[in-house]
Design a protein around this ligand. Structure first.
Ligand SMILES: Nc1ncnc2c1ncn2[C@@H]1O[C@H](COP(=O)(O)OP(=O)(O)O)[C@@H](O)[C@H]1O
Ligand SMILES: [Mg+2]
Length: 245
């Protein structure tokens, strides 16, 4: 469903992502695990058609991000902590607006907005302006807005960043529900607990390069480390220290 095929992205002389190849299947949760600056956001933004790759390919459901960006956008929900909400719309108006952008209208639109409001427990503040919402409330509205068209692929850039444990729990429950509905889910994180809790497979990204991939037990076996945290450090630190080729 989600594919990267030798994707590279540079910013001037800086290589942010190099030769990234990975695949996320329907019903699979894939964690892109890497330290700050590893290239996670850059890779996900290329997939979401917000950045152009410098080399290689990425596609969603067979639609190429460069050649068929509109098809890609119809097939994905992209969630990023840095995304703003329109402060002067109410929570409900914002979800409606994004539903319209995705081609929903009339009673179909209203039903879908009601579903999103119920699913993410937005009811209590649906008439409040987005500018007046708490971080956790904003995150729920962002999720509703990103998912209003019920796309088959979900791309979540550090989805629990800045959230308290309870709001984080909402996101975990949501990811598990969407997985059981057959969605392909790719999320980035630097938190081991999140990976252990959610991911079917993990790709470890360091300095723009995928240095290892597998299930959590496979990564632990690969490094001979006693835990995912140690495995992660073993995989990532040598690269940062310049010891690896
Ligand atoms: N717009 C940009 N212009 C120049 N360099 C950037 C830009 N965005 C990110 N970078 C650099 O690219 C690298 C990867 O960044 P990023 O994709 O944000 O990593 P991550 O999300 O894993 O923290 C970092 O070295 C970062 O400083
Ligand atoms: Mg990032």
């Amino acid at each position: 469903m989600i594919r990267f095929d030798g994707l590279g992205k540079t910013y001037g002389a800086l290589v942010a992502v190099r030769d990234l190849t990975l695949e996320v299947r329907p019903g699979e949760v894939y964690a892109l695990l890497g330290p700050n600056g590893a290239g996670k956001t850059t890779a996900l933004r290329c997939l979401a058609t917000l950045l152009s790759p410098t080399s290689g390919f990425a596609s969603v459901g067979g639609a190429d991000v460069v050649d068929e960006p509109l098809q890609v956008r119809a097939r994905i929900a992209f969630l990023a902590a840095s995304m703003g909400l329109y402060e002067r719309l109410t929570a409900r108006e914002l979800i409606q607006y994004f539903g319209r952008l995705q081609g929903l209208e009339g009673s179909g639109l209203e039903e879908r907005v009601d579903e999103m409001v119920a699913l993410f427990e937005i009811g209590d503040f649906s008439a409040r302006l987005c500018g007046r919402l708490s971080t956790g409330q904003r995150q729920r509205v962002s999720l509703a807005r990103a998912l209003v068209h019920d796309p088959p692929a979900l791309i979540l850039d550090e989805p629990t960043l800045g959230l308290d444990v309870l709001s984080g729990r909402t996101i975990y429950d949501f990811i598990e529900r969407e997985r059981s509905r057959g969605k392909a889910i790719l999320f980035s994180t630097h938190q081991m607990e999140e990976v252990e809790l959610l991911a079917d497979r993990v790709g470890v990204l360091a300095e723009g390069r995928l240095v290892a991939e597998g299930t959590v037990p496979e990564l632990i076996a690969l490094t001979g480390a006693p835990s995912l945290t140690r495995a992660f450090l073993d995989l990532v630190v040598p690269v940062g220290a310049g010891a690896a080729p």
